[in-house]
Write a protein that binds this ligand. Structure first.
Ligand code: UD1
Length: 343
């Protein structure tokens, strides 16, 4: 069977994708420097699939180390590149760190792939590249214009997409799939892997589950004066397991399909927008736990509303994100209870 190299494979989306790949019969080698994840994630993956993935504790920006991984595993046929720094606020404070990590690792990876004649890459991008789309581009499809990034983090996603296009233009044997994620949430139904935020969570759902667990006194809702039906921001929350499955489809298409474009882009979302207040209500409904919250001012840099038109991924990848939101929210709560030892 074919081997896939998963960079950032002990991270949130990487670990869920590794599970789905292994369950579909792929061999997986993870490379991760554990800068924002734990080695214990490998045990969680093994407990779900019955086998540990291969693992190398290296930094993707290190050519020599990465080169040795490709030498050790000559059966690598494709790469999924998750490894990146992803905190928007931190990227504003430490832009050079973000440019070094996120640009350096992709450039190094593409060089090493070329050296070893590995010609398939799936890249983790983000709906952040669309900024706030105009009304006529909502829901957002892949043809919506890319807008000036609001943070160095967002800029690294845009530049990385350009790096991939330029590399593919120069090397016609390179195939790339760019996946633009909307807002991934939830955890594996087994509660053996999930999201492990460092410190105070910046993202909404981990903040909600930590509030439910009593670690935070209340949730702050950033703004209720937006031009949306209930005044709070709207996002497209996608179940991380559905998202992981899209990667398996993307890999299979890259390895099998003859009539594909050299660089393909897919939006990965549900096609449904939910407001912050709706998500809180759905969480309470799914879990029976009340979430204390107060409305505070807007968070700088927040987009008012964005959700996906996932038609292209539905049709071409034969994939859709259809896990009901209550099930998704219950999975996040089950995971939070598991890591906090709550019955
Ligand atoms: C952000 C980034 C996105 C990145 C993602 C994952 C932008 C525009 N988006 O998404 O690129 O991929 O994080 O790291 O930079 N909220 C609250 N209270 C909270 C936390 C969040 O009300 O305590 C609200 C936010 O205002 C927003 C929604 O919840 O409306 C979702 O926020 P969040 O989970 O941080 O994701 P994004 O900002 O959409």
């Amino acid at each position: 069977m074919s081997r896939i190299l998963v960079t950032g494979g002990t991270g949130y989306i990487g670990s869920h994708t590794t599970v789905e790949l292994m369950q579909q019969g792929y061999d997986v080698t993870i490379v991760d420097n554990l800068s924002n994840s734990s080695i214990d994630v490998l045990d969680g993956i093994a407990a779900i699939v019955g086998k540990k993935p291969e693992f190398a504790n290296i930094d993707c920006g290190n050519f020599v180390d990465l080169d040795s991984v490709f030498t050790t595993y000559p059966d690598i046929v494709g790469v999924i590149h998750f490894a990146a720094s992803k905190a928007v606020g931190e990227s504003v404070e430490k832009p050079l760190l973000y440019y070094r990590n996120n640009l350096g690792s992709l450039v190094t990876l593409l060089e090493v792939m070329q050296q070893h004649h590995v010609q398939n890459i799936v890249f983790s991008s983000s709906c952040t590249v669309y900024g706030q789309p105009d009304k006529e581009h909502l829901p957002v499809d892949e043809t919506a214009p890319i807008q000036q990034a609001l943070s160095p983090y967002g800029n690294t996603k845009q530049i990385n997409e350009e790096i991939i296009r330029d590399a593919a233009h120069a090397d016609k044997s390179l195939h790339a799939t760019i996946l633009r994620y909307f807002n991934p949430i939830g955890a594996h139904p087994s509660a053996l892997i999930g999201e492990l935020p460092n410190g105070v969570p910046q993202n909404l759902l981990p903040f909600i589950t930590q509030t439910a667990a009593g670690l935070r006194p209340e949730l702050k809702v950033f703004g209720d004066d937006y031009n949306t039906p209930d005044g709070s921001c709207i996002r497209d929350y996608i179940y991380v397991v559905d998202l992981a499955k899209a990667h398996v489809k993307a890999v299979a298409r890259m390895l099998e399909s003859k009539d594909r474009e050299q660089v393909e882009v897919f939006n990965l979302g549900t096609g449904r927008g939910l407001s912050v207040l709706e998500l809180i209500r759905d969480f309470e409904k799914a879990t029976g736990v009340k979430i204390p919250y107060t409305i505070v001012g807007r968070r700088e840099g927040d987009i008012e509303q964005v959700w996906a038109a996932p038609k292209k991924a539905n049709e071409i990848l034969g994939w859709s994100a259809d896990t009901p939101i209550t099930e998704v929210l219950a999975s996040a709560w089950k995971w939070e209870k598991h890591i906090r030892n709550i019955k």
